[in-house]
Structures are given as structure tokens and as C-alpha cells.
Design a binder for this molecule. Structure first.
Ligand SMILES: C[S@@+](CC[C@H](N)C(=O)[O-])C[C@H]1O[C@@H](n2cnc3c(N)ncnc32)[C@H](O)[C@@H]1O
Length: 274
């Protein structure tokens, strides 16, 4: 084929490529303008709502406030109230496992050190922003729960809130929690577990495959309390908590001591420390 023939073949292809890049460019411009318009409308709507609320009669304001609280407590974070009670018991060096977007962060009392562990980096910007806003001294570490990157006996408190239902290997996670806890430390947990009624448990089992897809891998039917006992934790207190989605009940708030080491192992450990 001569030079002219080649040129003739390339021309339509080049023209198509140019046309496609122009279309892509126009698409980007439309998307950017659309985004700006939507953002501006949202800002205006927020300002209008705020003004309407600020100028509403006090009775309406009170009603709106309770509606907002109801939405926050019941719909947006149905476990909200339980979280504050859970972390209130944290003292000393504290590790929270499976923090997600770290909704508990702002509820912590003053502690010596607070570290969160999470494997999913999806909400990383949000978590960092929350740390800056609520507790700049807190640290976030991205690591698997079943291989915690901390030395033995390095925390006074380990907190798990709704993390064991998602953990890839709950038994290994509990072993790791026991390992990083100091012998006189405490494990604070808020976990929903498999229902006692056979009907509800069967429903949880049936719904779990679909639920896992929409709820970040959460299992509705895990016997988490039994797993905590099997891991050797000594449960000091256990209370059922109201809250959470109907299918993910019952939920328990518990405080447990780490498994006691056999005396020979404990002695060897303390001799090594000396
Ligand atoms: C249901 S969310 C709970 C989030 C938060 N603790 C709360 O109270 O809302 C469970 C979190 O545990 C994390 N997780 C599950 N398995 C994990 C693993 N093996 N290693 C690290 N994080 C894990 C998930 O990524 C998820 O963010």
C-alpha cells in the first residue's frame, strides 16, 4: 500500500479519536457545571432551612430539635446512645478495633492514648477529619484485626463496637485482643449476636447473605458471646441494650477481663521482663 493509501485509512480513525476526545471534554465540562449548580442549590437550601428554623416560633424550634435528635439517635445511628456508655469505661492506653468511620471517637473520655485499627481505607479522609476535629492526639492504624501490629500487653482497654460481626476471623481477632491487653486490662464490647428464638435466628441466617452485601460484611447470626467465652475472656458484666436494627438484635454491652495466663507462662513472662 502506498503512502497516500495509508493516509486515507488513518484519517477517519484520527477524526473519530478527535471527535471522541471532544465529546469527553464536553462531558467533563457539563459534569463540572452540573456539580457546581447542585452544590450551590444545596448551599442555598441549607441557608434557607437554617433561616426558617432560626426565625420559627420557639415551640416549633423545640419540635424540630426533637425531630432532629430522633433522626440522629434512631435512624442515622441507632446505636448512638449505647456508644457513649461503652467508651465511658475506657481508661489508660486504649485500642479500638474495627473503627470504621470512627463514630465513637467524639465520645471518649480523656485517656492516655487512643489508637484505632481498621482494615478498610474507604472512609480514610472522614476519619482523619474527625481526628483533627475531635481528638488530634488519636492515632489510626490500617491493619487486619487478626494480626494486630502491637506488642503483647500494650493496652489497658480494648474496645470493640459492632466489629466482631464483621471480622473475617472472630476467633483470631479475639486471640489478638487478648494478646495486646495487659493482664489487668479490660475488654469493652458492644456487639449484636444471634437471636435466642429459633424463628428469629433462622430469619437472621436466611437474611445474612444479603445483609452482608449491604451492611459492610456484617453477619446477623454470629454467636459472638459464645466466642468471647470460648476465647477465655472472663465476662464481668453483661447487659442487653435497646437499639439497633430489628434484625440485628439482641445487642449486648459487656466488660471482660482477658484470659488468665497459666502460672508457668506468667512467671516466664515476668522473668523475661526483669
Ligand atoms: C460494622 S463496622 C463497625 C464500625 C464501628 N466500630 C461502629 O461502631 O460503627 C465493622 C468494621 O470492622 C472492620 N473490620 C472487619 N474485619 C476487619 C479486619 N479483619 N481487620 C480490620 N478491620 C476489620 C470493617 O472494615 C468495618 O469498618
Amino acid at each position: 500500500m502506498g503512502k497516500d493509501g495509508m493516509k486515507r485509512m488513518l484519517q477517519p480513525r484520527q477524526a473519530r479519536a478527535r471527535f471522541q476526545s471532544i465529546l469527553t471534554g464536553i462531558g467533563f465540562v457539563f459534569a463540572a457545571v452540573g456539580w457546581l449548580i447542585v452544590n450551590e442549590q444545596r448551599r442555598r437550601a441549607r441557608v434557607a432551612i437554617r433561616d426558617a428554623v432560626l426565625h420559627a416560633p420557639p415551640q416549633t424550634q423545640a419540635r424540630l430539635r426533637s425531630l432532629w435528635l430522633w433522626w440522629k439517635l434512631r435512624m442515622r445511628d441507632p446505636w448512638g446512645r449505647c456508644r457513649a456508655q461503652l467508651v465511658a469505661g475506657a481508661i489508660g492506653d486504649v485500642l479500638e478495633v474495627g473503627v470504621g468511620r470512627w463514630p465513637n471517637l467524639k465520645r471518649y473520655p480523656q485517656v492516655a492514648r487512643l489508637v484505632g485499627v481498621e482494615s478498610n481505607r474507604r472512609g480514610v479522609f472522614l476519619v482523619r477529619r474527625r481526628i483533627r476535629r475531635f481528638l488530634p492526639s488519636a492515632e489510626i492504624v490500617y491493619a487486619p484485626l487478626d494480626k494486630l501490629p502491637f506488642p503483647d500487653a500494650s493496652f489497658d482497654t480494648v474496645v470493640s463496637s459492632l466489629a466482631l460481626c464483621t471480622a473475617r476471623d472472630p476467633a483470631a481477632t479475639l486471640r489478638e485482643i487478648a494478646r495486646v491487653l495487659r493482664p489487668d486490662g479490660r475488654f469493652l464490647f458492644l456487639e449484636h449476636v444471634r437471636a435466642q428464638s429459633p424463628f428469629a435466628a433462622a430469619l437472621q441466617r436466611i437474611c445474612t447473605p444479603l445483609w452482608r452485601l449491604v451492611a459492610d460484611g456484617c453477619h446477623l447470626d454470629r454467636p459472638t458471646l459464645a466466642a468471647i467465652h470460648q476465647a477465655g475472656f472472663i465476662v464481668e458484666s453483661l447487659e442487653e441494650r435497646d437499639g439497633g436494627w430489628w434484625l440485628a438484635r439482641p445487642t449486648f454491652h459487656g466488660v471482660a477481663r482477658p484470659p488468665q495466663m497459666p502460672r508457668s507462662v506468667a512467671d516466664a513472662t515476668s522473668k523475661e521482663a526483669l
